[in-house]
Design a binder for this molecule. Sequence first.
Ligand SMILES: NC(=O)c1ccc[n+]([C@@H]2O[C@H](COP(=O)([O-])OP(=O)(O)OC[C@H]3O[C@@H](n4cnc5c(N)ncnc54)[C@H](O)[C@@H]3O)[C@@H](O)[C@H]2O)c1
Length: 347
Amino acid sequence: MRIQMSLEKQSYDILLDHKAILQLPYEIKNIYKGQKVFIVTDENVYKFYANTLKSLLAEFNVSFVVVAPGEQAKSLAIYESVIDTLMEQDMKRSDLLIAFGGGVIGDLVGFVASTMYRGVPYIQIPTTLLAQVDSSVGGKTAINSHKGKNMIGTFYQPKLVIIDPDFLRTLPNFEYKNGMAEVIKSAYIGDVVLQEKLFKGQIKTLEMIERAILVKRNVVLKDEFDLNERMFLNFGHTFGHALEKQSNYEIAHGFAVAEGMLMAVHIGEKLGITPKHIQKDLRMILEKYDLGLLKSDPVTLIDDVFYDKKNTHGELKMIFITDIGKPVIQPVSKEALYECYHSQASK
Ligand SMILES: NC(=O)c1ccc[n+]([C@@H]2O[C@H](COP(=O)([O-])OP(=O)(O)OC[C@H]3O[C@@H](n4cnc5c(N)ncnc54)[C@H](O)[C@@H]3O)[C@@H](O)[C@H]2O)c1
């Protein structure tokens, strides 16, 4: 199936299907007249799929750049070395770049694509669940600075996204769970049917990815540059990010977001924004997908969030849900948040 991203300055297709990767040569020819194709990936993905891509793209002149896996690839040093290697491989401004991997590769290569020669065309081929349901769509690119994650980046849309769920067969279970947190988030901010199907455990991977992408697409189409509605995608991320940071990134993103969503619904409930039944159902879904529950301390997380947001004039903009699929942004004070955890705060 094809999902269209109709943005003002650039539109592109998201091709989603089992075996969608087989369409790659034809899809390239639809958007690109050249012969040279540069693929950036990480060592794990290269090991599993380099031969598949080499034989699929036999009619093109293909070069690979392979980086070590993991978040450390989103560094200035690796960014520079990828650009150096692409230049040594004689990549020109009109040549095609492909990001082939998880969200780390997608963010890094997107940033390379947007900055190298002031912008080169690129394709996203996401291979983790997180990247398939979230990071490959929407055009946010980023690398990390010493001051924090995703501090350097651009908005730069790809020419095409190809999502093939068959890549997930080799994905470690832990990484799959990590991506499920974003699927569950998508359900709670934008798709009541997805939430029901996840709750019953009755959904096929393809439909699950499609529904999650549609939630993301609808939000991005309303607010490409993250000034309003796109912030809904941060449901669970305020305290999720704080928890990741507090654990020195030993708690993976998805698990932290799961905890962050629970905090958001607990606080929402206490403030009279979120109906009571939501918390129980969310907890059950997270447990079903093996994403429950960490022993976090909400009070120190509140302190950390406010310490990080020095410029918020005493209030924090948080994403709540008034019902499944109905997110709202609401400012909250530190005192109001403490009040929601009154028993812990007064210990
Ligand atoms: N741009 C956005 O909108 C956006 C949104 C959410 C997250 N992100 C970013 O995404 C990144 C996390 O992405 P991620 O969770 O995909 O992590 P990742 O890219 O590090 O991939 C996780 C692991 O899975 C391996 N892997 C990838 N595909 C595989 C496959 N098919 N088979 C076997 N192994 C495979 C990778 O080598 C890696 O070891 C973070 O840096 C985050 O900031 C970006």
